[in-house]
Design a binder for this molecule. Structure first.
Ligand SMILES: [Zn+2]
Length: 185
């Protein structure tokens, strides 16, 4: 469906497709299960991400079991994924810092786009609990991961001159009924 992009302008900040070699090559060997209807794109993507993460754990040195997994390991995983990224993130020294569409190549590194990482973490967070993980020990929901994603968003929006602010309506704070104003006795 998607033709091969001819220019870097076709990068989508919210693309959820991670470009990870080998992530889909491990055969799932479940070709005979015709009982379930074809899963949604989100579900199949989630399963693929979960497999990728578990593969990462198996290849980890020293070996790492899922219950031992902390937010720090998730960050390690995200940084590992950066080597497969396709999003140019300019350094402060680069003349194209802040340009969404630089006119010439530069030696700045390619990273996973923030939108991809954000969506990935959302799927892995759900998959962790669907696979028996306890919500209170979900490493994908840890504070370290949230802070890291926020940092990446800041950095990439500055480096690429793209605002990642979602159109989110700010709800006014809802006060509980009957809450007395401060200072009353
Ligand atoms: Zn650059």
């Amino acid at each position: 469906m998607d033709p091969i992009p001819s220019s870097p302008t076709s990068e989508e900040p919210f693309s959820t497709n991670l470009n990870i070699p080998g992530s889909s090559s491990s055969s799932s060997s479940s070709s005979s299960s015709a009982a379930s209807p074809s899963p949604s794109r989100y579900e199949s993507q989630k399963r693929r991400d979960w497999n990728t993460f578990n593969q990462y754990l198996r290849n980890h040195r020293p070996p790492l079991a899922l219950p031992q997994c902390s937010g720090a390991h998730v960050l390690e995983f995200l940084r590992y994924l950066d080597q497969f990224g396709k999003t140019k993130v300019h350094s402060h020294m680069c003349p194209f810092f802040g340009h969404p569409n630089p006119p010439a190549p530069c030696p700045c590194p390619l990273r996973q786009a923030w939108g991809s990482l954000d969506a990935l973490i959302g799927r892995l967070r759900a998959a962790f609990e669907e696979n028996g993980g306890r919500p209170e020990s979900n490493p994908f929901g840890s504070r370290a991961v949230r802070l890291y994603l926020r940092e990446v968003r800041e950095l990439q929006s500055k480096a690429r001159g793209i605002s990642y602010e979602k159109k989110k309506r700010k709800k006014p704070p809802v006060l509980p009924p009957g809450d007395p104003p401060a200072g009353t006795t």
